[in-house]
Design a protein around this ligand. Structure first.
Ligand SMILES: Nc1ncnc2c1ncn2[C@@H]1O[C@H](COP(=O)(O)OP(=O)(O)O)[C@@H](O)[C@H]1O
Ligand SMILES: [Mg+2]
Length: 332
């Protein structure tokens, strides 16, 4: 018997307009228990609007969403009970003290044993030494920890974090990312960001949104390898004095049928091979080298960096006519 994964977050053709503009356009995805999903897109792409609909702060014009099977509109109280939401800009009562604020919220949410719970979340997010301070007196990074502590109070299964590291300095960014990775060990997380590197560091899967439309939904590895585009193998030999890089390159081209393109990079002593199946290609290169007793110094499969993938995908999306934009985007 195959078991279907439990779907913790589900969006079905979620759509939201503001006047004439479609901010979120027929967005459909599902997130299974335990996934850490990056919701990636440039400013104005529709990330915040989508997240606000997921937690029931904004009504969709069309479509619907569910958290743990509860409808974001009809069952909004159940949804909030199971979700820890960190809104964009993390609004907090800045005149309150950290512990006081969290205790106030814990009582408001009717969390059991509020003092104990507050102590636990303060420790969990690393706020112990700041707990007696006014929120106003904290750095942005520590305020963000208060926001996370707040989202954690009622021990939700799912976290929806809207640009959790935006506006933080580089050290704080790394600390908050580490905290999110830690949370991800036991929770399901969707976090929005416009930073590719963040997705690479934290997430197992990425959803890319561009002008309100979902243009990619894939595990990270798969996206880097860009299905449909040819993988590249990079190879470096220790050349015997009587051999030239060009000659070896042309032998490889003749003898390995999968090779479709050969490029010689003399400055690095490297040959780049493009072919249909990278694993197989790399193996063939290995045998090629071993038959000739050519020492292999390097044999790697190049992945497309995520930056490049994002560029290609958004370019592709820009070429398709979009109802949200009045003029067609210029081609780069
Ligand atoms: N309350 C609103 N009123 C009018 N337009 C809005 C409102 N909220 C968002 N928008 C517009 O919808 C688009 C998507 O915004 P948003 O979801 O905030 O994007 P992101 O979070 O990806 O930066 C933007 O063009 C934004 O200006
Ligand atoms: Mg936003």
């Amino acid at each position: 018997m195959s078991s279907t994964p439990e779907i913790y977050v589900y969006a079905h053709r979620l759509t939201r307009r503001f006047d004439e503009q479609i901010a979120v356009n027929q967005v459909t995805f599902q997130i299974a228990r335990g996934e850490i999903v990056g919701f990636l897109g440039p400013n104005g792409a529709g990330k915040t609007t989508t997240m606000r609909m997921l937690v029931g702060y904004l009504l969709p014009d069309q479509g619907y969403s569910q958290i743990l099977g509860y409808d974001s509109v009809r069952d909004v109280y159940e949804v909030r009970r199971h979700v820890g939401y960190l809104p964009e800009n993390n609004p907090l009562y800045v005149d309150m003290y950290v512990r006081e604020f969290l205790l106030y919220m814990a009582r408001l949410y009717r969390v059991g044993k509020p003092e104990q719970r507050v102590r636990a979340v303060i420790e969990q997010v690393g706020l112990t030494r700041e707990a007696h301070k006014r929120i106003r007196a904290l750095s942005r990074g520590y305020r963000q920890r208060v926001g996370l502590a707040h989202a954690l109070l009622h021990n939700p299964e799912v976290f929806i974090l809207d640009e959790p590291t935006s506006g933080l300095d580089p050290v704080q960014v790394q600390e908050i990312r580490a905290l999110i990775r830690e949370l991800g060990k036991e929770h399901t997380i969707i976090l929005s960001t416009h930073i590719l590197q963040e997705v690479e560091q934290i997430c197992t899967r990425v959803l890319i949104i561009h002008r309100g439309k979902l243009i990619a939904d894939a595990p990270l590895q798969e996206l880097r390898r860009l299905p449909g585009r040819l993988p590249t193998v990079r190879v470096r030999f220790r050349l015997p004095p009587d051999q030239s890089l060009e000659r070896i390159a042309s032998q490889i081209e003749r003898e390995i049928p999968e090779v479709q393109h050969v490029e010689v990079i003399p400055s690095e002593n490297v040959i780049r091979l493009t072919g249909s199946r990278s694993d197989h290609l790399a193996e063939q290169v290995f045998w090629f080298a071993s038959h000739r007793k050519l020492p292999l110094l390097e044999l790697t499969t190049e992945e497309h960096p995520l930056e490049e993938v994002f560029h290609i995908l958004t370019q592709d999306a820009a070429r398709q006519p979009s109802p949200a934009s009045a003029t067609p985007a210029a081609h780069a």
